[in-house]
Design a protein around this ligand. Sequence first.
Ligand code: 1KN
Length: 485
Amino acid sequence: MKSILRGAILAVALTGAGLGSVIAQKAPDNTPRTSIALEHGSHQLGNRTDLMMESWRNYGLGQFIHWGLYAIPGGHWEGKYYGGAAEWIRSWKDMPNEAYDKLYKEFDPQNFDPKAWAKQAKSMGAKYMIITTKHHDGFCLWPSEYTEYDVTNSPYGKDIIGPLVEAYDAEGIDVYLYFSVMDWNHPGYRSKLETEEDREAYESFKEFTRNQLLELLGLYPTTKGLWFDGTWDAAWKEQAAFADKLETEMREKIPGLIIGSRFRPDDYGNRHFDSNGDLMGDYEQGWERKLPETFEDTKGNDWDCVMTVPENQWGYHSDWRGHVKTSFELIEMLVKSVSLNGNFVMNFGPDGQGSIRQEETQLAAEIGDWMNVNHEAIYGCGYLDWKKQDWGYYTKNRETGKIYMVVFNMPLNGALKVKIPSKVSLGKVSPLENPKTNLEVEEIHRDEYLIHFENQKSSNSPVVIVIEPSFSEKQEGAEYQKAKT
Ligand code: 1KN
């Protein structure tokens, strides 16, 4: 209803401005809706159902790695502390661009050990990894034919991405390539196009961007998808046709390739969602450092949440100030993401030598310990439409139908309330760690139960209870009295 209304209002607004025509279309559920004709809007309504996308949907947990030249200053320049995100230090007034642009001459990460990174990610329980091939600064971690500003011209002198892809592939962790369209190094890059000269320059930048993307997919054909960033500029928002064609070319190069909603704008420069409110790309990429509160917030789309460990640091910053998330908080975000049909991607920022900092290593170990025991509640799991309770989150395995209660707020009396749909019976209820134990289930009202966990309380890490529901008609048992209110 909402989107029909929004579409209609937009359509009227746009036709009023003489920009588009209104056509009648049918939504997937066959209800008529008013749509604006778009050449470069969403090309698919509803979530992808192919096997590659199903794998993506079932990952649950991912690892993001932000690594580049910004790791060398690590949030400092000439002894001064930079309070912004470390990977943005080049834009700081206290650090001259010329100084930043010479950093590649110092890039020589002697501790870089891709196999060790991959092993750590594996033991944390990550099913996929996203690596910054090129951040906003334009420095390429792969040998690019199309620029001199790459690893081969650093003292390190060789490819970073290839060995990483190989190491993660060997651990069975799918690799995704982060790519910033915005590029502070390319002479043709513009944030807006004001003059004819700008437009000409930008054409060379577009060609360069296309070359680099096709180059990456050619060099690393096991890539499962691309994670785009830096696509918010006015100049890029005019490139609907170019980006649409390039997206098609990339998809042809690797069939099944997964691309989120941050790549291309539509005909009117709208991003993520086109002018009709339909998602562009395979999943919503708008959940950066934040989470949806409810399933309605996700609009039923696939989505990922990428999250930093401190408040806002992606690249390595040697001096984390402010709150640093604990493994408890990160696990809660992971579970919440899965409970709302999303993937959770935790960021790592290795230092200039290629070492992963102690804080991240510690968190990876703690999350791994929890995942080791409880991964059944994460992998292959998603949203369940039961009323959310204060103790935590439900997840449901998409194949087996098993339901998991992941408890973050254990009530002092150990009694967990569950409210279920009328046609469902709770069936077997047991702790994930102790499947032979049947927990006491007390019916307190029609379709409402207390699961008694008081004799099981022992650990202080989030506990998982497994429900194997049955769908047979319920026995008419207890007498219920309707309150007269
Ligand atoms: C609020 O503006 C921005 C701009 C760029 C916020 C974040 C970002 C980039 N996206 C993250 C995934 C990081 O790469 C960060 O630098």
